[in-house]
Ligand binder design. Structure first.
Ligand SMILES: [Zn+2]
Length: 176
């Protein structure tokens, strides 16, 4: 079973040999409509087998673009035998080398995207893409407190779309 949280498991939590046993998804009914993925996994941390339950929050609404955050709900040490038995029963482990390579590339592309976002000329806050009567533009993320805007050029938009397509392709590859 592939996992949307895998990059967090691998990069932020330094887990390997991951197998997802159970995955549940829910969405906030109101507010930002953040998404939550709760997963039960077996994995290795510093070579020690663990069974963990982890909840990942994927931010939406005004927090869209923030990196997802993972919370460990429970963590239990299991024996090597138990770990190998589960892996044998449930099929092969995710090939984390493949993930590391693809994820490394995704991270680089996301950083490039972030670097393309200008700061507000009035207050210095990060800007967000907005659509108005005359097309797309950069607007201050502190709007309506700040009315700062900046031109969003077609050239930048094109580059941004190219990068987004590349990211999507890599993400699709990870799901296969
Ligand atoms: Zn501003």
């Amino acid at each position: 079973m592939a996992s949307r949280s895998l990059e967090l498991y691998v990069f932020n939590m330094n887990l390997s040999g991951i197998l997802v046993l159970k995955s549940e998804w829910r969405e906030e009914r109101s507010g930002n409509q953040n998404e939550f993925v709760t997963e039960e996994i077996v994995c290795l941390k510093d070579g020690k087998p663990l069974r963990m339950i982890i909840e990942t929050t994927f931010f939406c609404g005004w927090r869209m673009g923030e990196p997802p955050s993972a919370t460990v709900i429970s963590e239990q040490a299991i024996s090597e035998e138990e770990y190998h038995q589960i892996i044998e029963e449930r099929g092969s482990i995710e090939d984390t080398e493949v993930y590391r390579t693809a994820m490394g590339e995704i991270y680089r592309l996301r950083d490039t995207l972030k670097e393309m976002i200008p700061n507000c000329p009035n207050c210095g806050a990060r800007m967000q893409e907005r659509t108005g009567r005359f097309g797309e533009f950069w607007g201050c993320s502190r709007y309506p407190k700040c009315n700062g805007t900046q031109k969003l050029t077609g050239e930048l938009k094109r580059r941004e779309n190219e990068i987004l397509v590349k990211i999507k392709e890599l993400e699709e590859r990870l799901k296969e």
